[in-house]
Design a protein around this ligand. Sequence first.
Ligand code: NOJ
Length: 534
Amino acid sequence: MNQDWWKEAVVYQVYWRSFKDSNGDGMGDLQGVIEKLDYIASLGVDVIWLNPCYTSPDIDNGYDIADYYTIMEKAGTMSDLEQLIGAAHDRGLKLILDLVVNHTSDQHAWFKDARSSKSSEKADWYIWQDGVKGTPPNNWRSYFAPSPWTWDETREQYYFHSFASEQPDLNWENRDVRQAIYTMMRWWTDKGIDGFRMDVINLIKKRATFDDVENPLDLSYLGNQPGVHDFLQEMHQEVLAGTDLFTVGEIPFVGPEDGLLYVGEDRNELRTLFHFEVADDMETMDLPRFKQIQKQWYEALYPHGVASQFLNNHDHTRQVTRFGSERYRIESAKLLGLMLHTLPGIPYIYQGEEIGMTGIRFSDPDAYQDVAFRNQYAERIAAGESPGTVLSSMQMRARDNSRTPMQWNANKAAGFTESNYPWMTVNPNYLDINVEAAEQDQNSVLVFYRTLIALRKTHPVMVYGVYRDLAIQDPYLYVYERELDGVTWRIILNLHDEAVTTTLSLPKEQLVLSNYETGDTVQLARYEARLYQY
Ligand code: NOJ
């Protein structure tokens, strides 16, 4: 595999509204991110991915953009963002922004124009269908609403939205739309950003016809349609070719073979992608399936393309809660971190993961702010389900689980804000789980993460090594090797919450890192993780 800086990178995701509040209004902001840049740099990461901070009515926490060229008041100003870019660069950090161009807000000037009349200048910039009010054009569902079609009284037509009705989908078939997007992207790269995380970028191409589908609940008809690669290659040609920009596409509904079409080095589309085979396929850790996913993606992609590794983000509950154990929090957080950094692919750390933050579960449905939660909850209640059943079935996967404020210290509101009213409840466990406490403890998850990230910088085997699964049938142990130029790393992980025996361990002298004191026995304690070199 060719060597490239971005393959060696570790990315840190900053969900700014929950990161650090600098002005006491209860919501994080760009100045807050600037305040904490030294902390981010101290982790050793290379790239910051900043969630959307463009002007937005904030129906979907910034993923409903009303103006791509200005900054949301809650986040700060353009000058704050410019300052952030500069301050990040001063510390050797790159900054990538979210690019949300499958849809805009319904408050975007383009949509306002489009909905004003069938003959307006931008009438065709979104997706419209004739129909009879009350009878949507097909039986599809949207992510956040019962139907992806909303009736517009002025045009007397339906418009299409893959997400909430306030997020109309752009019509990428229209050349002017595409050019407007490329112009905007170039404007941002001219400003000095280092790339884009592309929101649901494989949804931009729609099905050729809007016929009914057999199973509307399987939303895969929304994405990955033939022709999507033409758009991405055009975008590459127009914006990315010849640059060093980092691009990661959010690509739902895609398996390894199709995945390679997005990131293959000869394809001229994206550098890397997030697939959702882990995030969408399993409620908790399903180790056999997880191993199969890793193996299949590795075999399909390497050495021609690189995937991304993430176990949580602002949409998916925290990894300790979901794939590890809150009871054995420190052990399992370290195990997951070790796995994340040693599997093939670019590791993404979601703020707070590095201190082992856990996911919250609210017992009051009104505490959830997320549009996806609120819409789905309301729909199910309206359909007659009992509130208790609906809440308990949604609690574990609710997106707000991972959106609680970053826990900086044991002071009021975890040091996130001076306000008595943080925009989202702080997880009460901040008294124990916070950055300040972790800094003072040599055995903390934070110190372990720093070690892992530093190892990646000095051991190319973590990036370029061949991947081999040694115990694919084992239900509890995940044992794999990475090998490069005669150096072999063996990773042994016990994902069970009881001790397990293995014949595959190596002598203690070959141990590079472990989350327990032991390391040369055939017994692995619960959530024990070892990394050997030989
Ligand atoms: C994926 C983003 O991560 C999520 O937060 C958002 O709601 C949808 N795309 C729609 O933009």
